[in-house]
Design a protein around this ligand. Structure first.
Ligand SMILES: [Zn+2]
Length: 148
């Protein structure tokens, strides 16, 4: 239900667990044991969860982020953007060109200025045409000054 929000929180660098296949009880237990905030639009799940639960009502990511920011003291830093894998939440670290050359299309291998890679799933990232758009959207979502 909140998959899109999870992806945008990961783009912003927040440690964001998301598993739509996980049942309510194990999800609430995991949030409690890891001290995570549980974000949900499901009243039944919210009632079962511990004290760190936020019942969101917004239908769009922008509304959901606004709710989050009004209720939690989130520290949003541009330096943390793109430090989490949008696919699996793993930590994304800078890697050398030679490590990823066999894994990316030839044009990207020849032209991308630098690369990073997820430590969990191995997904390779590089600054592509979509990055400025994602960065601008993150600035809008979290109310930061527009990027230069
Ligand atoms: Zn990953």
């Amino acid at each position: 239900m909140l998959g899109s929000l999870a992806r945008w929180l990961r783009f912003a660098g927040f440690d964001t667990f998301f598993d739509p296949k996980r049942d309510d009880a194990p999800l609430a237990a995991l949030a409690r044991s890891e001290g995570r905030w549980l974000l949900t639009r499901d009243r039944r799940l919210a009632a079962k969860a511990g004290p760190r639960v936020l019942l969101l009502s917004g239908a769009t990511v922008a509304q959901q982020v606004a709710e989050l920011c009004s209720r939690l003291a989130l520290t949003v830093e541009e330096a943390r953007f793109f430090t989490r894998c949008s696919a699996c939440n793993g930590e994304v670290v800078a890697v050398g060109r030679e490590e990823v050359l066999p894994l990316v299309p030839p044009y990207v291998a020849a032209h991308a200025p630098h690369f990073s890679r997820c430590r969990s799933c191995g997904k390779v990232y590089w600054p592509g045409t979509h990055e400025p758009r994602i960065r601008r959207t993150l600035h809008q979502l979290f109310g930061l000054a527009p990027p230069p």
